[in-house]
Design a binder for this molecule. Sequence first.
Ligand SMILES: [Zn+2]
Length: 162
Amino acid sequence: MRITVNIRHLEEHGLSLKGKALTEEIELESRDELIQFHEEVTFDLEAQMVDGAVLVQGSLSVGLRCECCRCLKTFESEVRILDWAAHLPLSGEEAVAAENDCVDLTPFIREDIFLALPQHPLCSGDCKGLLRESGRRKEESDDSGTGMAGSSAWADLDKLNL
Ligand SMILES: [Zn+2]
């Protein structure tokens, strides 16, 4: 089921659209291998006709299964857009296509959900990532090595002065 509004009905009165749509049916498929969508998108929308355009406002949400980009742990998350709005003119250059008096909201919903996805999913804001104990120890030994090289450089300078 795609999410559509009937313009003829909308000319008479506002419409409310509530329900769930299968992510598969609205072709919501993640392009990010760290993010998978849950099965359903929940929508709660109000549509009305304003000056020859369809105005839709409301909320959208969909569950996500993410993989943390730092520690690779799988965790549950969600995209929730509480103040979603679309302004769709029915005439003019940017007019939306209407088929059998229906305007398909699906592509606009899909696009805005994609825009709301996390760019770099993190299991928590302060995720330390994979432990790198060996790396830290290596840095320390490098530091002491530099110190020794420094002192020998000074020793060389002393020799030059003589
Ligand atoms: Zn993490």
